[in-house]
Design a protein around this ligand. Structure first.
Ligand SMILES: NC(=O)c1ccc[n+]([C@@H]2O[C@H](COP(=O)([O-])OP(=O)(O)OC[C@H]3O[C@@H](n4cnc5c(N)ncnc54)[C@H](OP(=O)(O)O)[C@@H]3O)[C@@H](O)[C@H]2O)c1
Length: 259
């Protein structure tokens, strides 16, 4: 663990990758603040953990709810020294067919709420010279994603933003890390209308595997964590292939996934 992490706040802790972070961090003795909309799920999770746990039900696209989470992140009492900025969803399909509100809500959750949470916690981290932020992006942020255009754009934001802020604060003893998972078995596919072809589903990682890799990389002070060698290959290929080829391959894949 980078620095001494005593207390973490996890957004989107009611399922999937966020819930796995809660289990892994609790196993390391880290106290937790769990954030998501489904309070019943958060309370049930808290009941299974052997560490002090606060439950903060919040819709992070609601300004008042987000303000309460920001206040908790900035509080001097029982300070947060790890923020896992994880809440997010996608939408698969042609941009012109997907509802505008669904896509704007995605931008608000995946980028604005993530930015505001990071901004709320970072001054305290820098002042104390310890801890950090894990921002959950995606391999989808490594290239344009036709048929998941808005989702890919939100994750490109998370990638650029996280790596830039990493560089700003790394000399202060604070680690800001981009976590860019590939296909992971969670509720994401159902929420996001993603229909992975059977071959893709076979290579999906578990949330446990993703979080174990992420916490290893965070402890090493890495700027970027891409769990799984197949996912690292996808990101590397996107970085070196001509843009036109990357766009076409990405579009071909996502059209099949949005069918
Ligand atoms: N699964 C994948 O294949 C995959 C791949 C790459 C990246 N990711 C990223 O991983 C992150 C976690 O997703 P997941 O796979 O674990 O999916 P998930 O199981 O659907 O979990 C999403 C979490 O976000 C929370 N959430 C959604 N809308 C919210 C809102 N308005 N306010 C507060 N919380 C909200 C959900 O809780 P409530 O519904 O209770 O609010 C839930 O806890 C996301 O950022 C996603 O983009 C996932």
């Amino acid at each position: 663990m980078q620095g001494r992490v005593q207390r973490a706040l996890i957004t989107g802790a009611s399922s999937g990758i966020g819930e796995a972070f809660a289990h892994h961090l609790a196993d390391r003795g880290v106290e937790l603040v769990l954030v998501a909309r489904r309070e019943d799920r958060l309370r049930a999770l808290a009941g299974t953990l052997q560490v002090a746990t606060e439950v903060v039900p919040a819709d992070l696209t609601d300004d008042a709810d987000l303000g309460r989470v920001e206040a908790r992140l900035a509080a001097a009492h029982a300070p947060i020294d790890l923020l896992v900025n994880n809440a997010g969803y996608g939408a698969y399909g042609a941009f012109a067919d997907l509802g505008a509100n669904r896509q704007v809500g995605m931008v608000e959750l995946n980028t604005i709420a993530l930015l505001r949470c990071a901004r709320a916690v970072l001054p305290g981290l820098v002042a104390r010279g310890t801890g950090g932020i894990i921002n959950v992006g995606s391999v989808a942020g490594a290239q344009p994603d036709p048929f998941a255009a808005t989702y890919g754009a939100t994750k490109a934001f998370v990638s650029s933003f996280s790596q830039a802020v990493h560089e700003e604060v790394r000399a202060e003893g604070v680690t800001v890390m981009l976590l860019a998972p590939g296909l992971t078995t969670t509720e994401f596919a159902e929420v996001s209308d993603l229909h992975a072809p059977s071959g893709a589903a076979r290579v999906a990682m578990s949330a446990d595997e993703v979080v174990a890799a992420a916490l290893r990389d965070f402890a090493r002070g890495r700027a970027v964590s891409v769990p799984g060698s197949g996912n690292r290959l996808v990101v590397a290929a996107a970085g070196v292939s001509p843009d036109g080829i990357t766009r076409r391959v990405s579009g071909w894949m996502h059209r099949r996934m949005s069918a």
